[in-house]
Design a protein around this ligand. Sequence first.
Ligand code: T4K
Length: 425
Amino acid sequence: MKSVLDWPTSMPILDSSERASQRGVDDLAIFGGRPAFEQLLHVGRPNIGDRQKFSSRVDDILDRRWLTNDGPYVSEFEQRIVELTEVKHCIVTCNATIALEIAIRALGLKGEVIVPSFTFIATAHALQWQEITPVFCDIDPQTHTIDPKAIEPLITSKTSGILAVNLWGRHCDIAALEALAQRHGLKLLFDSAHAFGCSYQGRMIGGSGDAEVFSFHATKFLNSMEGGAIVTNNDELAQQTRLMRNFGFTSYDHVASLGINGKMSEVCAAMGLTNLESMDEFIAVNRRNYQQYKEELAGLAGVTLVANDETEKCNYQYVVLEIDMYRTAVSRDELMKVLYSEKVLARRYFYPGCHRMAPYKATLADLSLPETERISERVLSLPTGTSLSPGDISTICEIIKLVVNNGREVSTKLRSVAVQGSKWS
Ligand code: T4K
């Protein structure tokens, strides 16, 4: 198999005479120039492992005629995750949102649960869907994860738990959260959708709190097309979540509890297993991409690459910029529009914060989360992963440098140009 590390050193779309480094502001596509790329570059383009192995697994599935409901590939995928995370139990699911919902219900969460607002909307929805009120908490501006100091004032007699998020694969202050949860008798659940393959204090993420949830969605660095998992060291919780995943069935005619259909299919498990075999390569490519962005954007005033904790294992799946428009003279949204015109679909994950989205904003107009609001105005996620070449990254960096180094001019010109058909307008 061709290694994913062996991508060409450059994939220029523009002729050498037109390369981004030689372009001026007037050559930007948004002002009428030719886009730097012919096709859109996405954040979250799936990494795909050995196709032949995947195909042969699909053949097995078809030969066996066992497509879902606890098939052998699902069991094998769960076993591999247990080995990798060194957590006692893994229950894979159809996606991480359902995994969160099952874990929330199995833990008996009710009333109010404290959760960061700076996260993908699924974290909050998993609570609200079960008529539990998400109580939004601010974040630590360094790590973008929930600020333990901001949690205590939010605890009321209705609080049943904390749902923390290991955002971007960066771990929260897990020790502080565990101490806080213990002190107040609260359940502690981690949304670790981004953190598969990452570590905390030298141990793989997965074994903290009462349970943790991973996502294996197509856009995650390790995907099973759609998929999620609950991991826990609690035997009883594992048994309960396993039952809940399959309608609560304990045997053919016996239902022990309320349940849902949260099962993962055999094809998804086959994809997950195949991609696990390339996981080290995916991380190596992500790390290389991250380093390249870091080096090429170094010293660009007002532009910071959100750091990973290099003392821990990281999956480097998100490359996130923070744009300080008081120094760049061009806003995050203006930069994003320019990139989009060049066919680089950078994303402002997780703008504007859950508390500013429906249905939550309807009752939270007065809620102020200063760090969440400030950070969500500044962040921009850039494409990474195995579908990107180093040449692509250089071109993206050249565009960013061109825009930021001419921030005032770009911003003024943009204001005089009517941008048609913008997805974000
Ligand atoms: N908790 C957190 C903290 C999460 O971030 C997420 C999901 C969850 C919980 C819930 O996990 P799941 O229930 O999904 O397992 C995407 C993903 O759909 C979502 O899984 C992810 N977080 C979130 C951060 O990103 P969107 O709305 O941005 O997806 P979309 O369709 O715009 O796709 C993103 C980009 O990826 C696009 O530019 C196109 C590209 N793409 C996408 C797919 C599906 C591809 O190139 N190929 C593909 O197959 O949410």
